[in-house]
Design a binder for this molecule. Structure first.
Ligand code: 5GP
Length: 181
């Protein structure tokens, strides 16, 4: 079936209904893995906020949440590998079952960096959940425990993901044709 257009220059890649089903499956996987234990979800701002909100409401486990924001430095569109925390967590993660919640894993620089930082803060366990994975662009290896969808090397927006702060409110994950590779 041809992909529907939802907006000028925006093509649907993953429908909201499809994403909801997959988020439900990820929540069931987590429930099986943690067997009733409490989990502490760390949302990477801002893109992962919609994924976090849906995952949180699906999880039938004792759950707490915290937020962290990072910025990556690079010349033009190429990431340099430098990542900086611009908003740190409010609470210690020591002794907690932490799950990092990310919107999209691309080069892996951000998650590779964050994983190392959080690991040094002595959580009881540390796992990563990403809604989207673009394996084609990987520069740094990252061990991901929960993946929503593997997607091709296209620039995507919607479901929390932005382009210049726009499109985060789209219910679907869409390819932005103007920056399509
Ligand atoms: P990484 O460090 O893995 O290269 O990049 C992860 C971050 O890059 C994501 O959290 C997201 O902010 C941004 N990013 C990577 N690919 C895309 C994309 O296709 N669309 C959007 N909106 N952001 C992306």
């Amino acid at each position: 079936m041809a992909r529907a257009k939802t907006d000028r220059g925006v093509k649907v890649l993953l429908r909201g209904s499809q994403i909801r089903r997959r988020v439900r499956e990820l929540a069931r996987e987590m429930e099986r893995d943690y067997k009733g234990e409490a989990v502490h979800l760390i949302c990477i701002l801002k893109g992962a906020c919609v994924f976090l909100a849906d995952l949180l409401r699906e999880l039938k486990l004792p759950v707490s949440v915290d937020f962290i924001a990072v910025s990556s430095y690079g010349k033009g569109s190429l990431p340099s590998g430098e990542v900086r925390i611009t908003k740190d967590l409010d609470h210690s993660v020591e002794g907690l079952n932490v799950i990092i919640v990310e919107d999209i894993l691309d080069t892996g620089l951000t998650l590779n960096y964050l994983y190392r930082i959080l690991e040094s803060r002595k959580p009881r366990s540390l796992r990563i959940a990403t809604l989207l994975d673009k394996p084609a662009r990987r520069v740094k290896e990252v061990k991901v425990d929960y993946v929503g969808f593997q997607i091709p090397d296209k620039f995507v927006v919607g479901y929390g993901l932005d382009y210049g702060e726009r499109y985060r409110n789209l219910p679907d994950v869409c390819v932005l044709s103007s920056v399509e590779s």
